[in-house]
Design a binder for this molecule. Structure first.
Ligand code: ATP
Length: 380
């Protein structure tokens, strides 16, 4: 199963091994055209649910390399040991050793004062960030599950200590609902004290049944006031008029593992019209292509020009529309099925007479005639 997913990812341009022409490099991967769009769509949905749907969230984009003091103070240098990439900053005489961040969170903590001074937010509030993280994993494996360079979507949510349980539950719900929206079945696992990260008093792992077994997909941690205390940062609480150290709830979602879980959940094999086929049953909000538009025959100028007209018009209303006139119609369906395109629209000779097109549903293979003017609504 895993081999089939890896092979589809390469064949259709989702994920390639990094530096492949030089034999590859363990733990690094490149996203191709469709993989990049899938990733962007997942990020967009995450931003919508974790940031824009709420009133108490800020966004940030902090540097990957920071002062060496940051990861020393946070305890990462001592706890991650050789799993943390060293980098030399500067050239010539004046150089310093720092590290590539192993999680995105620290930039949020070290900018806490800037955020408070700029926006004067009232507790509780949160900061969200999407960015790369690096871990020199001893044995990178299982495709994009465990790599040395990966991307995270993280929230640090600041609350008063007495309310941490309430907000832990709220974020737990948001994470579970996000899983449902991307059609990924998660299993919650309460992480026992001995296995929790050095900063956490409670952690729930959201696990997923990958083709190689049940493993962590995302984490939700109660980080207490560990980080802000370490960095000697505090907050003037308007309720009590006292300086306090807010406590932190952190939903941390790895994007690459999310993509693997989405692809594993969506990968389907069935038989359609007497032929075996493979398709990706991707939710349409995240599918890299919402619809593909074909002329029935590519050597009939009247069909091609009508198909291009329909394509151009749809593209101006829904961005991810593709024009496809390669090979015969059967080949185009197979290709779009493997990309996970929910709808294929064919322009045929009847279209020229009555302005209707054939819309084929990816999952059932069923076709229906739809008026061109109703297409946008049909694809929503
Ligand atoms: P694991 O126990 O599998 O090594 P972790 O508990 O160390 O993971 P966290 O530190 O909680 O992971 O990181 C938050 C999220 O970042 C993880 O839930 C996962 O989605 C992602 N992640 C962590 N390490 C990797 C990696 N090496 N490759 C890809 N994604 C990763």
């Amino acid at each position: 199963m895993m081999e089939k997913i890896v092979s589809l990812c390469k064949r259709r341009g989702f994920v390639y091994p990094s530096s492949e022409i030089y034999g590859g490099i363990a733990g690094f991967w490149n996203y191709g055209h469709y993989g990049t769009i899938l990733k962007e769509n997942i990020k967009c949905l995450w931003k919508q649910r974790f940031v824009f749907d709420r009133e108490d969230m800020f966004m940030t984009d902090t540097s990957i390399i920071s002062s060496p003091k940051v990861l020393e103070t946070s305890g990462h240098v001592s706890t991650f040991g050789n799993e943390i990439f060293e980098v030399e900053i500067g050239t010539g005489g004046e150089t310093a050793i720092s590290h590539l961040r192993p999680e995105t969170a620290q930039g949020i903590f070290t900018d806490f004062k800037n955020l408070v001074d700029t926006h004067h937010p009232k507790l509780p509030f949160g900061v969200a960030q999407i960015g790369k993280a690096f871990r020199n994993e001893i044995s990178p494996r299982d495709f994009i599950f465990r790599s040395r360079e990966f991307e995270q979507m993280e929230v640090e949510y600041f609350t008063r200590e007495k309310e941490w349980e309430k907000y832990f539950e709220i974020w737990r719900n948001i994470v579970n609902n996000f899983a449902i929206e991307i059609s990924v079945k998660v299993h919650e696992f309460e992480v026992p004290e001995d296995d929790r990260a050095h900063y956490s008093k409670r952690t729930i792992d959201f696990q997923f049944d990958y083709p190689f077994g049940r493993q962590e997909l995302w984490g939700l941690a109660y980080r207490t006031d560990f980080d802000l205390k370490n960095h000697k940062l505090d907050y003037l609480d308007e309720e009590s008029g006292e300086k306090i150290t807010p406590h932190v709830i952190e939903p941390s979602l790895g994007i690459d593992r999310t993509i693997l879980a989405v692809l594993s959940s969506a990968y389907m094999e069935d038989e359609l019209g007497g032929e075996a086929r493979t398709y990706l049953k991707l939710p349409k909000q995240i599918a890299p292509v919402r619809a593909a538009v074909f002329p029935l025959l590519k050597n009939k100028p009247a069909l091609v020009s009508k198909a291009r007209e329909v394509y151009t018009n749809l593209k101006s209303q829904i961005s991810n529309i593709e024009f496809d006139d390669n090979g015969n119609i059967g080949k185009r369906y197979r290709r779009q099925d493997e990309i996970g395109t929910p709808y294929c629209i064919t322009i045929d000779f009847d279209t020229l007479k009555d302005n209707t097109v054939t819309v084929r549903d990816r999952d059932t293979g069923e076709q229906e005639r739809v008026k061109i003017e109703n297409l946008k609504e049909k694809l929503q």
